[in-house]
Every structure is written in C-alpha cells, then in structure tokens.
Design a protein around this ligand. Sequence first.
Ligand code: ADP
Length: 262
Amino acid sequence: VEEALRQSQKMEAVGQLTGGIAHDFNNMLAAVVGSLDLLRRRIGDGDPRARRYVEAAMEGSRRAAVLTQRLLAFSRQQPLRPEPVDPNRLVQGMSDLLRRSLGAGIRLETVLSGGLWKASADPNQLENVILNLAVNARDAMPEGGRLTIETANAWLDSRYASEHMGIPAGQYVQISVSDTGTGMPPDVAARAFDPFFTTKPVGQGTGLGLSMVYGFVKQTGGHVKIYSEAGQGTTVKIYLPRLSGPEAEAAPEAANAQVPRG
Ligand code: ADP
C-alpha cells in the first residue's frame, strides 16, 4: 500500500514536471511546423522528393504535437487550488497515514503550535508534500529513528530574513519535517531539489520528490530550506504565506458584520 501510495505521489510530481516541459515543447514545435510549412510552399511542385521529406517531417511534428497536447491535458488535471488551511489540522488528519508510511521502527512526533495562523495553500498538494518529505525521512532511517513535524508562526523581519535565511521578509506559517537519519553531505544537499537527482538505487528513487516540493512551495508563494548534516539528520522547513484578509481573522458572517456602513 505504501509503495503504491508513494508511486502515485511521484506520478503527480511527474505530471507537474511534464506539464512544464510539454508547454515549452509545444512552443518550439509550433516554430518547427511553421518553418516546415514555409519550406513546403517554397518547394511547391518543383521537387517531389524534397516535398516528401518535408511532409514526413510535418507528419512527425503533428504526432509530437498530439502527444504534448495529451501531456498538457494530463498535467492540467491538477491545478493548484489555494484555500485557507489550518496546518495543525492537516497534519493531525494525516497522522494515521504517516504512521503507516513510516513503519514500525520510526516514531512520529508532532509539535503543533497554539495560535497558529492559517496558510493559503492547496491542501491536497500540501499533504502530498508532507508525505513526500516523510517518505524521504523514512528512507534515510533504515535502522529506525524519529520523525518530527513541527508547526510555528514565522514573522520574519526584513534584516533577519534576508541576511540569515535568504527569504523575503513577511509573515509565514512554518512547517518543519525533521528526521534522525543519515543526513546529506553538502554535495547532495546542493542538488537535492534538482529534478531526477537521486542517490537511491535504480527503481527506488525517481529524484522527483523534492523537486515537486520545491515546485509546490514556489507556486504557492512560499519558501523551502534544507538543513542537513551527514550523520546528524535532516530538517526541511517550509514557509507558506500566511492567509490574509477577512477569512484569516474570523468566519465570513462575523467579518461581514464588522464592515462599517456608509
Ligand atoms: P528520491 O527520494 O526519489 O531520491 P528526492 O527528490 O525526494 O528524490 O530526493 C533527492 C535526494 O535527496 C535523495 O535521493 C537523497 O539522497 C536526498 N534526500 C532527500 N531527503 C532526504 C533526507 N530526509 N535525508 C537524507 N537525504 C535525503
């Protein structure tokens, strides 16, 4: 069950990635087809053999276009739908799933902050992100260990934020996922977000988990940081934009009632 689950998460990541590639590819293809069309007109009826070559190239391009259209349609099935999210509730709702995914040797600990702000994010994709991080943590703890998920309000003032963390100042909801596993040597940490970068054996790693995490966080307007040391374990910190506006403060009815009239 866990492997199937994991695979489906990874397929979703592939979907997001192929969407981006298919979009660019489609644009390049349009330029190729346009040029071939011009070439065909130029050849006219003068050189039948040259015309056949051009038509074969156009037919290949047409098939490639159909394929990219399909890939685009597939990846568009999951657009991000940001909504108000209480990360504490989301993490609590996942705890059974997480325990099953982690297995017997790994203890799950949650440290959920009181008075936590809401975030603006797609809750289904955020679950995928947390599950991906948990599965990575599990893989890093073959001998067992502890996975800690922690939530906190992060009000980053400009100097601290930009100088120490490289994150624009602002109010974020922070979700950290920490493990007591193998950690990453610096060269691995530096490439960890790269699509298709994996240190796992063929068939076990796709190298898409963290690139999916990165893509989600960026699209959501947040930030992600990895703190890892070989032999010490890994912490991945996600900063999601704090929900602003009336929804962030109170239920819609209450907020409407407070709107001054006149
Ligand atoms: P995959 O899990 O398929 O390898 P990811 O993009 O999720 O792809 O991770 C890329 C690489 O980053 C992993 O192969 C591993 O070397 C490293 N990594 C990710 N998470 C952790 C972790 N919690 N502890 C140690 N290494 C990790």
